[in-house]
Design a protein around this ligand. Structure first.
Ligand code: DCP
Ligand code: MG
Length: 442
């Protein structure tokens, strides 16, 4: 195995085999150990850490796995109400079948194709299994759709005993063995190029775009490669005589921004291979929340408040860990007779602070504390975004500014000495209710 071998160096000759994961010393075209031609070689192979993984012909691959008689036949998944192709296997693609094509056209192109109606429940289940395997590699997994995700593998080399490139190749083998489908992966230094790379040699591809080659590689590509440049925008660029990314590289930022606004800024940076977007785990979540069901129903504020505080802290910890924030605070209550009450409040800015979530929730809770007995209490935030614009200093409310500072200090202490190191006045000494049972989180 890889771990047992000499540490790889950044030498273009020192690749590894994608089938047996053996480190290659020479420049042979086939693996020195197993003879496989699937060798990964690149000058920056062992330096890059940002990956994008995308399953190959996802729905069709699952159908083939579940019915081996379809293995060598062209398979189209689709039909149903919309009458279009969801996806086609790579054999059907040779005949020209593509996603989103009307089914009658697809069958004109490939009359011998086997058409299978989609089984979404099954695809969602397999999508989750793929994701679970990704999450075993790093907590920094940002799903983009049912079959693809970004992974930030920086700092995982010690954990896995091998560099990210080899971790990716091993992951592809594991998915094939355990789930019976194949994936393609792209490895680079930023999201934009990792995603471009994963699409490069599908199916079963592993492609690398290094920093040194980024500019040259991009210069040759059409503008449509840039994330956000669809058909309509490409047409307006074409009107201005711009077809390749190379042309964008020669333009000034101010000029691009004057012509295309915010998009001009994106064109400027991405055309130069500059993309500092981080990998945000779970950013597809619509909300982050925590809730708890009481052993016995509760109506008294004095008992509800510490639970609300503890739950707010859980929500906040999750937001902070994921680098996201929410703009709407949602309070959830279930009455003794199982009636659900949810109350929302939108804030001026997104928040990730336990105290703001708690104070807002508290205000909402007070209005519901009318003697009704509750069996469940939950708090959460929705309207999620990046945490960049979260919690700007409040120039008017000095108290809230002080509390935000205190929370920063508490976070630091908990980071150093563990979660229980600091308890706030709301939860301190409240025993069981200060630590509600493991909350259910969205
Ligand atoms: N999908 C769909 N309609 C589309 C595009 C995709 O229903 N217009 C579904 C079917 C695909 C799945 O989403 O299997 C994943 O989308 P991809 O774009 O990743 O396509 P595939 O995985 O099928 O193929 P590829 O090998 O190109 O990734
Ligand atoms: Mg796919």
């Amino acid at each position: 195995m890889f771990a047992a071998m000499a540490a790889p160096v950044n030498n273009p000759d020192h690749g590894f085999c994608r089938d047996c994961l053996t480190f290659q010393r020479g420049e042979t075209r086939r693996c020195e150990r197993c003879g496989s031609p699937r060798l990964a070689r690149h000058p920056e192979l062992y330096r890059l850490h940002l990956a994008h993984i995308d399953c190959d012909a996802f729905y069709a691959a699952i159908e083939k796995r579940d019915n081996p008689a379809l293995k060598d036949r062209p398979v189209i998944v689709g039909g149903g109400k919309r009458g279009v192709v969801s996806t086609a296997c790579y054999i059907a693609r040779i005949h020209g079948v593509r996603s989103a094509m009307p089914m009658f056209k697809a069958l004109e192109a490939c009359p011998e194709a086997v058409v299978i109606p989609p089984d979404m429940e099954k695809y969602v289940r397999v999508g989750r299994e793929v994701r679970a395997l990704m999450q075993a590699l790093t907590p920094l997994v940002e799903p983009l759709s049912i079959d693809e995700a970004f992974l930030d593998l920086s700092g995982t080399e010690r954990l896995h005993g091998m560099p990210p490139a080899v971790v990716l190749a091993r992951f592809a083998l594991t998915v094939e063995k355990e789930l019976g489908i194949t994936v393609s992966a792209g490895l680079s230094y930023c999201k934009f190029l990792a995603k471009v790379a994963s699409d490069f040699r599908k199916p079963r591809g592993l492609s690398v775009i290094g920093e040194a080659e980024a500019l040259g590689f991009l210069a040759e590509q059409p503008v449509t490669l840039i994330w956000g440049v669809g058909k309509a925008f490409a047409a307006s660029l074409e009107c201005d005589g711009i077809r390749t990314i190379g042309q964008l590289q020669r333009m000034e930022r101010g000029d691009l921004m004057r012509r295309y606004g915010v998009m001009g800024d994106r064109l400027y940076h991405l055309s130069r291979g500059e993309d500092d977007r981080r990998v945000h785990p779970d950013s597809d979540a619509k909300s982050v929340s925590a809730e708890t069901t009481f052993d016995t129903d509760i109506s008294a504020m004095a008992e509800l408040v510490p639970v609300l505080r503890a739950l707010s802290e859980k929500v906040s910890a999750r937001l902070k860990k994921s680098g996201i924030a929410g703009r709407t605070v949602v309070l959830k209550l279930k009455t003794q007779d199982f009636k659900l009450r949810t109350r929302n409040r939108q804030l001026g800015d997104p928040t990730r602070l336990a105290d703001r979530i708690f104070q807002t929730g508290l205000d909402l809770l007070r209005r519901q504390a009318d003697g009704t007995k509750y069996r469940l209490l939950g708090i959460g935030v929705s309207d999620l975004s990046d945490d960049e614009k979260a919690d700007p200093p409040d120039l008017v409310d000095i108290q809230s500014r002080k509390r935000a500072l205190a929370e920063g200090a508490i976070d630091t202490l908990r980071g150093k000495f563990g979660k229980k190191a600091v308890e706030t006045g709301y939860t301190f000494g409240k025993g069981r209710s200060a630590n509600p049972p493991e909350p259910i989180e969205d």
